[in-house]
Structures are given as structure tokens and as C-alpha cells.
Design a protein around this ligand. Structure first.
Ligand code: ADP
Ligand code: MG
Length: 325
């Protein structure tokens, strides 16, 4: 299968209207975080917005939502190898509802405390429920895990496994019925993603590029390829998959979730083959499995999925785009 991440409507509009050269910043639009100078270190800065009806169902548990609003930003810091430091919180709320606000704040601040990131400001207004977090973390500038560093011959790696969150969403939307245990696993991954902050840190100076998987494995790998101007071959058989995906009665859906489902918040990254042992050690130290799934090749910035015989495969729905038809 071939996947061309750009020009998609979402990224097309960002490229057309909001991408400008930067002079004071180290890195502007187009990576998981921007990078700016801060003494001898770089500050990695990211913003992510969650909108009711678009990113979560209106009846989502507020405690989980508080967790997720920060988790998606911590995931972008992880993708740069940054150490979380501060965040701000902007809220549009339809009204003041203590029964919602209390668990939301608890979920948000429990994750903040777990990662030692401090809430330092924000904005609050009335409006349709929208949660926007801006987070910053520090990383030595030369060791930041950018998307543009993948080189021909590098291995491609993925942390954990992909597809469970999308499968959980399919279950919620009644496209499929999972058994109780698989449903619990997938819904936990959908609602309480665990950002791979420790792994991102451990990959400093080892990985040549990285991105977090928020829009689907092949779509986010596509962002690395686009920025690095390289291709990739991904061996389908090597892709790690959970018991829930393996057990799924609809294997066509399972496959689409595996390579194209969003909301996984794993890290996809590249590194020289000489670094394999270092990467295994980084995964062990961070307590996250890491799996080698393919390699970077010369050519168009496209991810090619290969079957067991090495033949290209075709799979529908490569990733999520907010403005796709
Ligand atoms: P991620 O999924 O890692 O959070 P996005 O896909 O949301 O990243 O965004 C891709 C890139 O475009 C990022 O570098 C982000 O900062 C930038 N970006 C997104 N929206 C805008 C905007 N309205 N103006 C400027 N930059 C933007
Ligand atoms: Mg990201």
C-alpha cells in the first residue's frame, strides 16, 4: 500500500496560510513541537485542542477527558524527546457544572503530577465545550527528536502497539462488538492514553527521527517521510498487534485500525541499524515494548506496506484528516 500524507486538506491549509519561515525559533510549523532557544537548552512547545463531538463523544467521562487533554500534549513532547515542564489550560464551557469540572480537574492534574508538569495559566470562556492545552518541555537542542532526520538504511520502529483506541471507538459506535475484556482494554487505551514520555527521553541521541501516532501509524510515519524526503517499506507481519486486534471478528476493520486508526499515542521512530541494542535498552528502561517494523528507503515520501512475500498491500483509510471529504 502507498500512503501520501500530503497534500491533505488539513495540512494543505496549514501549509497555505500558516507556515512561515522562522528566524528566532529553532523549528517552526511542521513537527510535533516547535523548538525555541532557552539558555543552553531548547524548549519544545505544542498545542492540542479537543472539541466535543469531534474528538470525544459528549457523554465522555470527564475524569478521562481531563487525562486525555493533557496526555495528547505530553505525547507531542515525548515525540521530541522533551522533559515536560509547564502547561496552560484554555476552556470553553457551556456553563458551570461542578459535577463535571471536579472530575475533569482531577483527571488532568493526576496526570500532570505523574509527569511533574505544572499548570501555569490559561483562559476560561463560555462556549461549546472545547479544551485546549499548550505544553512546554526542555530538550538539548542537538538531541531533539525531529521528524526530518530519517536517513536511507535506518530502521523504522514503533512503541507498544497500534489500533486498540480506534477499535475501542468502533465498539462504542457499534460497528463491532468486542468481548468484555477486549472492550475494557481498548476503551482504556481510547480514553486514557499513556504518553511515551520516558521512552522519548531515552531515545535522545539514539533515534534519528520520531513522531507520535495520533492520526494513524502510516499517516504519522508519512509525516516523518515527508519532512525527511525519504520512502519507507513496512513489513506487515512485523506490526505488533494486541489480543483485541487478533481476536477481532472483522479482520478488515482490525487491519484498518492497526495501520490507520488514530489516538494510539505511541511513538514511531527511526534509527541506524547499529543502534538496535540501544533501542531495546531504551524500551526496557522506559517499560515500553519497541518493535522494528521496516526500513527507510530512497524515493518518494511514501510508506509502502509489504506482505509476507514482500509484495505491496492495499488497505483503505490510511489515517485521520479533519477536513477530508
Ligand atoms: P500533532 O498531531 O503532532 O499535534 P498537527 O497534525 O496538529 O500536529 O499539526 C501539524 C503541524 O502544524 C504542527 O507543527 C502544528 O504546530 C502546526 N499547526 C497546526 N495548526 C496550525 C495553525 N493553525 N497555525 C500554525 N501552525 C499550525
Ligand atoms: Mg504529534
Amino acid at each position: 500500500m502507498t500512503v501520501r500524507p500530503a497534500p491533505s486538506p488539513e495540512f494543505g491549509l496549514i501549509a497555505r496560510y500558516f507556515t512561515r519561515p522562522v528566524t528566532r525559533a529553532l523549528l517552526g510549523v511542521g513537527d510535533d513541537c516547535a523548538l525555541v532557544h532557552c539558555g543552553n537548552e531548547a524548549l519544545a512547545i505544542t498545542t492540542d485542542m479537543l472539541v466535543a463531538g469531534t474528538h470525544f463523544l459528549p457523554d465522555t467521562d470527564p475524569h478521562a477527558l481531563g487525562h486525555k487533554a493533557l496526555a495528547v500534549n505530553l505525547s507531542d513532547l515525548a515525540a521530541m524527546g522533551a522533559e515536560p515542564a509547564w502547561f496552560t489550560l484554555s476552556l470553553a464551557l457551556p456553563g458551570i457544572d461542578d459535577a463535571w469540572l471536579r472530575p475533569f480537574a482531577e483527571g488532568l492534574l493526576a496526570l500532570a503530577d505523574a509527569h511533574g508538569i505544572e499548570l501555569i495559566g490559561g483562559d476560561t470562556t463560555r462556549g461549546p465545550l472545547t479544551i485546549s492545552v499548550t505544553a512546554a518541555g526542555a530538550v538539548p537542542p542537538a538531541e531533539a527528536l525531529r521528524r526530518d532526520g530519517a536517513a536511507v538504511g535506518d530502521d523504522v520502529w514503533i512503541s507498544g502497539s497500534t489500533g486498540d483506541a480506534a477499535l475501542g471507538l468502533a465498539h462504542l459506535q457499534k460497528q463491532i462488538v468486542l468481548d468484555a475484556s477486549n472492550a475494557a482494554t481498548c476503551l482504556e487505551r481510547l480514553h486514557r492514553p499513556q504518553p511515551r514520555v520516558a521512552l522519548g527521553r531515552a531515545l535522545r541521541g539514539i533515534a534519528s527521527s520520531a513522531a507520535d501516532v495520533s492520526d494513524g501509524l502510516l499517516a504519522d510515519l508519512g509525516h516523518i517521510l515527508e519532512r525527511s524526503q525519504r520512502g519507507a517499506e513496512i513489513e506487515f507481519e512485523r506490526l505488533p498487534r494486541s489480543a483485541a486486534l487478533r481476536d477481532c471478528a472483522d479482520q478488515k476493520l482490525a487491519l484498518a485500525c492497526l495501520v490507520g486508526g488514530g489516538d494510539d499515542y505511541e511513538l514511531v521512530f527511526t534509527a541506524l541499524p547499529e543502534r538496535r541494542a540501544d533501542i531495546e535498552a531504551a524500551g526496557k528502561a522506559a517499560g515500553v515494548p519497541v518493535t522494528r517494523i521496516g526500513r527507510i528507503v530512497e524515493g518518494e515520501p511514501v510508506a509502502c506496506l509489504l506482505d509476507a512475500g514482500g509484495k505491496p498491500m492495499h488497505i483503505e483509510r490510511p489515517g485521520f484528516d479533519h477536513f477530508a471529504a
